[in-house]
Design a protein. Structure first.
Lengths: 184, 202
């Protein structure tokens, strides 16, 4: 007759099993939690890069389409920098080679920060900073117009709660056509 | 009567299976971990701002390609490529690093001296866009992948395709190496150089 093994597990076996399982689960939990954090941070990075790509593409395409920037206003931008910064806005008008113009505007008021680009076709493209996520703030933009070399540099860094101040949402080097006509 | 085997697994059997599973996990982990590092490195490659900056250098080269200094550099790059199309070029340089003098005509006329500020333009752009180096090479970069360059640059070049398809029949390519992000604004210094590449009509 067939003899069935009905002894079951001993208490020691069960305890060993549970302890091994517990160790595995705890170590896996740490690994998964770590990757979950990484995924969250990478998704934030992705949002920043997307924001930067969209804004940069919009501005650069408009500039290339209109044959480059001939001049900007205010032409004494560096002198007005402090005034603009204290009032939490920056406003630069681009006058293109073909007679069209566009406007780039930064609003730095807290919880309301955005970049606005009114392109040469009079379409307002507004890019709120809230698109990147909560708690992100603009660092002081570095907008520098090198009058001797007719080169406009715009660098807008951000401070992100998880990523710090490493990333920028705008980093443009824009040569003006009077000196740089060979580039357009 | 049939006798049933109710002895269970021997210790050796259990150990063998456990060791097998552990080795599988180890292999998976060692293969997976570098992929994460690779992904983090690639965020410094071909960023949109870098591409637009490289486009400025592309235009400058195209404008100056007929000047003797620039033309000789372009010719030497193209000659190296055509003379060694299939060889692994260890020991050969298949690129030329561009400097400001590449943009200055050797036998410039007075008018060119007055009007042409390409060399100065190059210097200004070089400084303002945080460029570390510009390498001029052929459009197809298969010969660049075993060059004697620094590790980060070679890593970038190896991450690129060979660009075998050339729909616009461009002959040259520039690979631009930018200083690490954070030089301008951030205190959070990064040690990774940034790169971008673009085809040039030589």
């Amino acid at each position: 007759m067939k003899k069935i093994n009905n002894h079951g597990l001993t208490a020691v076996e069960v305890i060993i099993c549970f302890s091994i399982t517990a160790v595995i689960v705890i170590s896996l939990f740490k690994v998964i939690s770590n990757y979950n954090d990484k995924q969250y941070i990478e998704s934030n990075k992705n949002q920043i890069i997307t924001y930067k790509n969209v804004v940069t593409k919009s501005i650069q395409s408009d500039i290339l389409k209109n044959g480059g920037i001939k001049s900007i206003s205010p032409s004494d931008f560096n002198d007005k920098y402090d005034e603009m910064y204290n009032n939490k806005y920056f406003n630069i008008n681009f006058y293109y080679n073909n007679g069209q113009n566009a406007r780039l505007y930064f609003d730095l008021h807290e919880n309301y920060e955005y970049i606005l680009f009114s392109n040469s076709e009079r379409v307002d493209e507004k890019y709120p900073l809230s698109d990147i996520g909560n708690g992100v703030i603009f660092n002081e933009p570095r907008i520098d117009y090198d009058e001797d070399n007719e080169l406009l540099n715009i660098y807008v860094g951000i401070n992100h709660p998880d990523l710090g101040d490493k990333y920028a949402v705008l980093d443009l080097t824009l040569p003006l056509t009077s000196k740089w006509s060979n580039l357009y | 009567m049939k006798k049933i085997n109710n002895k269970g697994f021997a210790l050796v059997e259990t150990l063998i299976v456990s060791a097998f599973i552990v080795s599988i996990f180890t292999i998976m982990y060692t293969n997976f971990y570098p992929i994460m590092g690779e992904y983090e490195k690639r965020e410094n490659y071909d960023d949109i701002s870098l591409l637009y900056s490289s486009n400025l250098f592309k235009k400058l080269i195209e404008k100056n390609k007929s000047y003797p200094n620039m033309a000789s550099k372009i010719n030497s790059v193209l000659n190296i490529s055509s003379s060694t199309p299939y060889a692994p070029n260890i020991g050969f340089s298949t690129y030329i690093e561009l400097k400001a003098d590449s943009f200055y005509p050797d036998n410039y006329t007075d008018n060119e001296k007055k009007d042409n500020s390409s060399r100065d333009c190059f210097n200004v752009l070089f400084k303002n866009t945080d460029v570390e180096a510009i390498y001029l090479t052929t459009y197809n970069i298969s010969n660049m992948k075993n060059q004697n360059l620094d590790v980060q640059t070679i890593d970038y070049i190896k991450s690129l395709p060979n660009f075998n398809n050339n729909p616009n029949n461009l002959k040259c390519r520039i690979i631009v190496k930018y200083k690490p992000e954070g030089n301008r604004e951030s205190n959070n210094k990064d040690l990774n150089y940034r790169y971008s590449t673009i085809g040039v009509d030589c």
